[in-house]
Design a binder for this molecule. Structure first.
Ligand code: NAP
Length: 337
């Protein structure tokens, strides 16, 4: 069975996923596109065979030719399209964030629970990265004993001027927030945000770097350095320090150059390079799951829980104080992981 996919939002990552499904993956076909900028959708359509452009996302969702919806529009539009997909009874893959606030994510959880079946998957692609999976396996197998601390870094070479400080949390650190819940298999109960000395290369309006601290239910303490003007490359790091050892993501370079008395490897230039393979696996597993009538990826609860933590972290950034996270009761629909 070929899964017929409609894409809403054909900007940067939308085009990447369209290319991925069309040229790299199997079992899926892009049959419909929509974007607030219709001209952009028309232009993208010229490189996709037999695709139809819809004026509105809701039309695409309702179309009988569309089996599943891929949302890659801007974050503030996600809630409306995810809710419309649930109302139409169609599986929907929504790029992160599921929605921009805890409340909006909670509405999505309510709608899915009312529908009585899982339809929503959220684009937390790190769960599909080989190195993160190996890290999780090592922790789950008890290779380092009980985890006590996790040290993370999310470093970007630079960000555009429109990037504001809150985005360091709800756009950037949101990946660590999700990955920590998944890695440790427990919820985050509190957060605080520290403001180190500013990077002089950052825009005047931007606090950069930040250190986002998280506390989990079992009292594991997590520190996340978010640096978005670090220049040297796109560098994502994660080290778990346990009772008997440590385990960390390895270096990402596939070759090590030894020359002139020094040893060096390549650092990715951006998230596309670092996580390209993870996106492929993420979308392929989604398509395969749809063909078999099941969804196994990060769900609406994961999107909600991550948004609840990032909302509190933004508050903690403003107050400078520790903010506790209290999640709503977890519906039974999400109990089986
Ligand atoms: P982008 O390049 O700005 O693309 C978003 C597209 O959606 C643009 O064409 C935008 O048009 C369009 N759009 C805006 N409002 C719309 C609406 N109401 N209906 C339909 N289309 C609409 O952004 P992007 O970088 O691709 O990011 C898109 C989403 O993917 C964001 O939620 C982002 O956080 C997420 N993302 C995730 C990852 C990841 O690592 N998983 C990486 C990158 C992005 P205009 O430009 O005219 O507004």
């Amino acid at each position: 069975m070929t899964v017929r996919i409609g894409v809403i939002g054909v900007g940067m990552i939308g085009q990447e996923h369209i290319r991925r499904v069309t040229h790299a993956l199997s079992g899926g076909r892009i049959v419909a596109l929509s974007d607030v900028d219709r001209g952009r959708a028309e232009k993208v359509a010229t490189s996709v065979p037999d695709v139809r452009v819809h004026a509105a996302g809701e039309d695409l969702i309702r179309s009988k030719d569309v089996d599943a919806v891929l949302i890659t529009s801007s974050g503030q539009t996600h809630e409306q399209y995810v809710l419309a997909s649930i109302a139409a009874g169609k599986p929907v893959f929504c790029e992160k964030p599921l929605a921009t606030t805890e409340d909006a994510c909670s509405h999505i959880v309510d709608a899915e629970v009312a529908a009585g079946r899982r339809l929503v998957q959220v684009g937390f692609m790190r769960r599909y990265d080989g190195a993160y999976r190996a890290l999780k396996e090592a922790v789950a197998a008890g290779r380092v004993g009980a985890p006590l601390l996790v040290h993370c870094a999310h470093r970007n070479p630079k960000v555009p001027d429109g990037y504001v400080t809150e985005m360091a949390i709800h756009d950037t650190a949101i990946h660590e927030i999700d990955v920590i819940r998944w890695l440790l298999d427990e919820e985050i109960i509190a957060t605080r945000v520290l403001r180190p000395r500013r990077n002089s290369r950052a825009s005047a309006h931007l606090l950069d770097p930040l250190v986002v601290m998280l506390e989990t239910e079992s009292a594991v303490l997590v520190d996340i350095e978010v640096s978005v003007n670090i220049g040297y490359g796109y560098d994502v790091r994660c080290e778990v320090s346990g009772e008997t050892g440590t385990v960390a993501l390895g270096e990402t370079s596939s070759v090590t150059l030894r020359v002139g008395g020094a040893s060096s490897g390549r650092i990715p230039t951006g998230w596309q390079e670092r996580f390209g393979r993870a996106y492929d696996i993420e979308i392929q597993e989604w398509i395969d799951g749809l063909a078999q009538g099941r969804l196994s990826g990060p769900n609406a609860w994961d999107g909600y829980a991550a948004a609840a933590v990032s909302d509190r972290a933004v508050r903690a950034l403003k107050t400078g104080e520790r903010a506790t996270v209290s999640l709503r009761e977890k519906p039974e629909l999400y109990e089986v992981r």
